[in-house]
Design a protein around this ligand. Structure first.
Ligand code: MRU
Length: 339
């Protein structure tokens, strides 16, 4: 357990209606420990910014906008403890390399602190801004979902990944609230299982009809009839190439083969206009143990190494549209997002 970490076990069956993925309370950055879901809703809190950076690194919290909000709160702790802000920025930005929201949030907090803003108010405003953006994404994207549709998603781009509401799951939440009937294929997302453990948990909480499928079964189900795929993104380059959880690229290729619309839901904080194409996106390589072990038990032959890229890059020409808080844009319209 990291220093300063406290644990509160929330015994609830109805989930997280009154709590968010990350928030600030009594001088602590609080977050759901997403490594424990779906078995237990465990809340942890941190008082020191390096512990919050570590929580991003070890995926206590994860998902691009949640990583951004957590980084904003880490910056808030750094400011409250009068730490060196430049050093804190560097330490926090070093937690994970791919999600643009991490860098966006740290730069946002540096600018707000320079203006003399209160650190807690600035970080709270950042987190709320993400929730508001996701709500708009839900409104635009919800229009795409029609009665009787079969959808597919990958990884977790729900409330857990975005403070609240979600990006890819926001349109589904909105359509469900509007009493539309639809079904979601949730690909399990080896090796960290964010689809099976987090997305399925969220859809279950909401009462949205879904089934978990092995990652390798997505082409099969697309061949049987999928109407639309919606995923999130960790970084979207200026030309519309985007990085998302490993396995997204395969789905986009197969979707193109079957003529299935492929949408990417993300706030504008995920767009990185300084990165010209997907080739420039740094892909995080994680420990091979995430592949070779299950619950700390080795299941691979001793002596066989494993490779574990956390993300892949999907080229823009496989994307039907980007669902943002400002509307839906095709890859050709991306310059409008910049404006
Ligand atoms: O490694 P993770 O779990 O942080 O990866 C998360 C994803 O790839 C999500 O799809 C992405 O961050 C979008 S979250 C709204």
């Amino acid at each position: 357990m990291a220093s300063g970490e406290i644990v509160v076990k929330v015994r609830t069956k109805t989930g997280y209606d009154n709590i968010r993925a990350v928030w600030f309370e009594n001088e602590k950055v609080m977050m759901i420990d997403q490594r424990e879901l779906p078995h237990e809703v465990k809340i942890v809190g941190f008082t020191e910014y390096p512990d919050v950076a570590e929580a991003i690194k070890n995926m206590t919290t994860r998902g691009a906008p949640s990583i951004g909000a957590t980084a904003a709160y880490a910056m808030c702790l750094a400011a409250l403890s009068e730490s060196d802000i430049d050093k804190a920025s560097k330490d926090i930005k070093a937690a994970r390399p791919t999600a643009n929201d991490l860098f966006y949030a740290v730069d946002y907090m540096c600018a707000e602190l320079k203006k003399g803003k209160d650190p807690i108010e600035a970080a709270d405003a950042y987190a709320q801004m993400m929730v508001d953006k996701c709500t708009k994404i839900g409104e635009y994207g919800g229009e795409l979902i029609k009665n009787g549709m079969k959808l597919m998603t990958h990884c977790n781009a729900g409330a857990l990944a975005t403070v609240d509401v979600g990006t890819a799951l926001a349109p589904m939440r909105k359509a469900h609230a509007d009493h539309k009937k639809f079904f979601v294929y949730v690909s399990e997302t080896r090796p960290r299982l964010q689809g099976m453990q987090l997305t399925a948990w969220e859809l279950n909480q909401e009462g949205i009809d879904h089934a978990i499928i092995p990652d390798g079964a997505s082409a099969y189900y697309m061949s049987q009839g999928v109407d639309m795929i919606i995923t999130g993104a960790d970084r979207i380059a200026a030309n519309g190439d985007f990085a998302n959880k490993i396995g997204t690229f395969d789905k986009a290729i197969v979707a193109k083969h079957f003529g299935i619309p492929f949408y990417v839901a993300a706030p504008i904080s995920t767009f990185d206009f300084n990165t010209r194409t997907g080739r420039e996106i740094v892909i995080e390589q994680r420990s091979e143990k995430e592949v070779t072990e299950v619950y700390n038990q080795r299941i691979a032959p001793v002596g066989s190494p494993a490779l574990n890229p956390a993300f892949d890059v999907t080229p823009a020409d496989l994307v039907t549209g980007f669902i943002t808080e400002k509307g839906i844009f095709t890859p050709d319209e991306i310059s409008k997002v910049k404006e």
